[in-house]
Design a protein around this ligand. Structure first.
Ligand code: ADP
Ligand code: ZN
Length: 594
């Protein structure tokens, strides 16, 4: 059978995504593969599909036991004989798997890397014909990656244990250094190498000044009712606060951070997976284990520490390829908060790297250049800008000349000898009559009260911007007093302008809640309910039954018989048999059939 046919019959897809076909063909010709594809690029099919065309077993090494079950369930829903072996299985369940192996009933076997380190286990596996070993999240083998796992080192013996098998490594994060590491550690033999574009065109990037984070977050979520989303916060305390703020607004939200008991964390993640809650508010501890394909937005309530982190976290939205939004609330003040952590790093090299990462991130947030272009250039990928899918390219942000206001602040800093912090400088500019002002005679200086007509938060945002653009900095060794850099002096003396990006006060946002296909929303809502019910009955996450994308296509095409239903992307033969009928019935009712 041709691989195109298998793609439709088993997975229900009409076309391969970029690189999938080449990867699969090469594997079937017996060549090793190294592939770095962005999240949502469709890596699973790159090993699940060739497995179906091979005689023996395909082993998939996957780092997260928690994720394995969903992956196996997903494969089984498509009719693939998939099993897993890991430490969470009971003895009875394990022997069930071994029996299946003996009876030649296993196509895909998911195992964890720590299992792979057990010699006895490997010896058992060697009794079977293993044709293909796929290593998922392969960057975990590299100490250069951000997710190094010592367990993964045992994978360097795959070649030795299974000399007859073809090996493939898949990852979503690979600098060239990590790529080299993976290829050499796994001993890939002249691998067919794919480095896909990291562009996630389906993601809309928007960065706005932070100004009452909780309210901003809840306003955004209210405009995205019943959609799944993640809110990232820097600290555990803020995670808790934001989660309860959202709950107070009637939003179904739960917290997730490393301080919660494992049980609670697992439960919260599971409820999210099953669409029983809409929002998880989390620290970055909420990470790799998220395979949910219908996350429609990711909000960052605080500045991420690096562009790489921002890219990974926002990348969790839109895995199904549907438009999704990324909102970052930015304040220059976050920079000093993060610096506080960086200062505690002992290793000098590490400290420098952290600081450089932060600078890159701050510049992504504050420079008037297409966000996508900046992100991709960070990954050494050229992009011409004008992506049409970020706030800069859409003219959502406008440049405002803030030179005069900046000069007022800078002058207040200079005239008070650069030894006071943010709050006091704002008091001076606003002409406050505080004890501290009187004590130092700051009501006598020329700058006192020159900015009365503007609000405290306005002045704070100007200062944050000055910090963000590095015209001034907070001297952490001297009570966070504000100090002026040489570029700040240029502004003060009128030799260079100070430009700030401000959000335009238009109704842009409504317009930007885009719709991809013209689908019937009522029907979509009804199909979603059916999906939830079926998923509950079977104890599966709803997105495994059908993705949002598939349901939207159904609500757009409104197939009224089996043939038409099979044309919908994501409906394969097995799923048609299992679930198709329930959805057809609902569509036919919707169309008024008797
Ligand atoms: P990754 O592991 O690379 O992040 P997945 O394998 O989870 O990505 O795939 C992401 C989503 O894309 C899944 O919902 C999957 O079913 C879907 N998908 C994969 N390949 C195709 C394809 N050729 N056509 C349509 N959808 C696809
Ligand atoms: Zn852009």
């Amino acid at each position: 059978m041709k691989i195109d046919t298998t793609l439709k019959k088993t997975f229900g897809f009409k076309k391969f995504r970029p690189h999938q076909k080449e990867i699969i063909s090469q594997l079937l010709e017996g060549r090793d593969v190294f592939a770095s594809l962005p999240t949502g690029g469709g890596k699973s099919i790159c090993y699940q599909l060739p497995a179906l065309h091979m005689e023996g077993i395909t082993i998939v090494l996957s780092p997260l036991v928690a994720l394995m079950k969903d992956q196996v369930d997903g494969a089984r829903e498509s009719g693939i004989e998939a099993y897993c072996l890991n430490s969470s299985l009971s003895a009875a369940d394990s022997s069930h798997v071994y029996r299946a192996l003996e009876n030649n009933q296993v196509k895909l076997l998911y195992i964890s890397p720590e299992r792979f380190a057990i010699d006895e286990f490997i010896e058992t596996l060697k009794r079977f014909k293993v044709d293909f070993v796929a290593v998922d999240e392969a960057h975990c083998v590299s100490e250069w990656g951000h997710d190094f796992r010592p367990d993964y080192l045992s994978l360097s013996r795959i070649r030795e244990h299974f000399p007859g098998a073809v090996i493939a490594a898949f990852t979503a994060t690979a600098t060239l250094k990590v790529q080299e590491d993976i290829i050499s550690l796994l001993k890939l033999n002249n691998p067919y190498t794919v480095r896909a574009s990291f562009n996630r065109q389906e993601l809309y990037y928007r960065i706005v000044p932070k100004n009452g984070a909780n309210k901003q977050i809840s306003d955004f979520i209210c405009k995205h009712k019943n959609q799944s989303g993640i809110v990232y916060r820097l600290s555990r305390a803020d995670v808790e606060k934001t989660a309860s703020y959202l709950s107070g607004k009637g939003i179904r939200a739960l917290p997730y951070h490393a301080g919660l008991p494992t049980k609670t964390r697992e439960k919260n993640q599971d409820l999210f997976n099953r669409d029983e809650v809409d929002v998880v508010v989390a620290t970055i501890a909420f990470g790799m284990g998220i395979d949910k394909s219908n996350i429609r937005y990711v909000i960052h309530g605080d500045l991420p520490k690096s562009i790489e982190g921002y890219y990974q976290e926002t990348g969790r939205a839109g895995r199904d390829g549907m438009k999704s939004e990324c909102l970052l609330l930015y304040s220059g003040g976050d920079i000093s908060k993060i610096h506080f952590f960086i200062d505690k790093i002992r290793d000098e090299k590490e400290k420098k790297r952290a600081s450089r990462n932060l600078n890159n991130m701050a510049s992504l947030a504050s420079v008037n250049v297409c966000r996508r272009k900046q992100i991709l250039e960070y990954f050494d990928e050229d992009h011409e800008g004008n992506c049409g899918s970020c706030d800069i390219c859409n003219g959502e942000a406008e440049q405002v000349d803030g030179t005069e206001d900046a000069q007022k602040i800078l002058s207040a800093i200079i005239r008070t000898n650069q030894v006071f912090g943010i709050a006091h400088i704002i008091d001076i500019v606003r002409g406050a009559d505080t004890e501290k002002i009187r004590k130092f005679g700051h009501n006598e200086i020329k700058t006192w009260g020159v900015g009365k007509e503007k609000s405290k938060s306005w002045w704070r945002s100007i200062i944050n911007e000055l910090i963000g653009q590095k015209h001034i900095f907070q001297d952490r060794d001297h009570y966070n007093s504000l100090k002026i850099n040489s570029s700040g002096a240029e502004i003060l003396y009128g030799r260079s302008p100070f430009v700030v990006l401000m959000k335009k006060e238009t109704k842009q946002e409504e317009k930007l809640s885009f719709r991809e296909v013209d689908y019937n929303e009522n029907l979509f809502a009804r199909l979603k309910e059916i999906r939830t019910e079926l998923a509950r009955e079977k104890g599966l996450p709803p997105y495994i039954v059908f993705s949002d994308k598939t349901l939207k296509e159904m609500s757009s095409l409104k197939p009224d018989d089996e043939t038409a239903m099979l044309r919908v992307s994501g409906v394969g033969e097995r799923k048609m048999e299992q679930y198709g009928y329930f959805f057809l019935k609902e569509i036919r009712i919707f169309l008024g059939y008797k």
